[in-house]
Design a protein around this ligand. Structure first.
Ligand code: SPV
Ligand code: MG
Length: 290
């Protein structure tokens, strides 16, 4: 099965597909190694790795090139976060084939205005586009893909914007009607209640996608038991793990004035060389260097 078929088959099977965020190819390789079913090509993580806000400060090109680099080093499907689609439905029509050509197996597009503000920040600007406008963007994404197995996920930000359950359900159903293969419903409430209420009330046929960053109490077993969720995305745990690990090691080296204590606790240089794909390069070397 190719990557698109793998993701489609998982969605059709009803089994929960797990995707871990990555901000670079190395993080994606580590996520695959850990056993996640796929990679989340997170805009938040990539923005953080450039130390800029997740508010369309980075160009589409920067994100697209990172997706290409990630897709080229993993065998699991990549779900690309295309924010609001970098413009209107016309832009989306041009953007989606580029993500497909870069090796993504899915895009997630959110129904906010461009430029967006990040969803989980307290007090962020959360303005939504008209339902009809976003239906046009979803239809453009679905029609523009070359492989019909490429997955188009519509992301509903009504709960993030504080517009309530009825508006969230209305939008989810409208996007399903426009051709979305799955509906990502996002919440920044610190308990899962809001998401559980949405999932239980969801009358649509398409599977849901959850991002349980704000409500980490909800486990994969809880999510699977809802029977309506196809994908769980761990939205920012690669960058947070990296930040925590770097801070700790940097502080230790400063405090101890050197590497003597810290070195043994770190992955070896040989491990990093292996992660760089050294084995494959040595085979090429042996065959062609004369
Ligand atoms: C991302 O990871 O870029 C997301 C998820 O879109 S969130 O940051 O929770 O909005
Ligand atoms: Mg994002």
């Amino acid at each position: 099965m190719n990557k698109n078929e793998t993701l489609r088959a998982a969605l059709d099977s009803g089994r929960l597909f797990t995707a871990m965020a990555a901000h670079n190819p190395l993080a994606a390789v580590l996520a695959q190694e850990a056993g996640f079913d796929g990679i989340w090509g997170s805009g938040f993580e990539l923005s953080a790795s450039y130390a800029v806000p997740d508010a369309n400060i980075l160009s589409m090109g920067a994100h697209l090139e990172m997706m290409r680099a990630i897709a080229s080093v993993v065998t699991v499907p990549l779900i690309a976060d295309i924010d609001t689609g970098f413009g209107n439905a016309v832009n989306v029509h041009y953007v989606v084939p580029q993500y497909e050509a870069a090796g993504a197996s899915a895009i997630v597009m959110e129904d906010k205005t461009f430029p967006k503000d990040t969803s989980l920040r307290a007090g962020g600007r959360q303005e939504l586009v008209r339902i009809e406008e976003f239906q046009g963007k979803i239809a453009a994404a679905a029609d523009a893909r070359k492989d019909k197995r490429f997955v188009v996920v519509a992301r509903v930000e009504a709960l993030i914007a504080g517009l309530g359950q009825d508006e969230a359900i209305r939008r989810g159903l409208a996007y399903e009607e426009a051709g979305a293969d799955a509906i990502l419903i996002h919440s920044k409430q610190k308990t899962p209640d809001e998401i559980l209420a949405f999932a239980r009330a969801w009358p649509g046929k398409t599977p849901l996608v959850l991002v349980p960053t704000a409500y980490p109490q909800l486990t994969e077993a809880d999510i699977a038991a809802l029977g309506k969720v196809g994908v769980v995305i761990y939205g920012n745990h690669a960058i947070r793990a990296a930040v925590g690990a770097m801070r700790k090691v940097f502080a230790q080296i400063r405090a101890e004035g050197g590497l003597r204590q810290v070195d043994a606790a770190l992955p070896s240089v040989a491990e990093i060389i292996a992660l760089q794909g050294d084995e494959a390069m040595r085979k090429v070397e042996a065959r062609y260097l004369r």
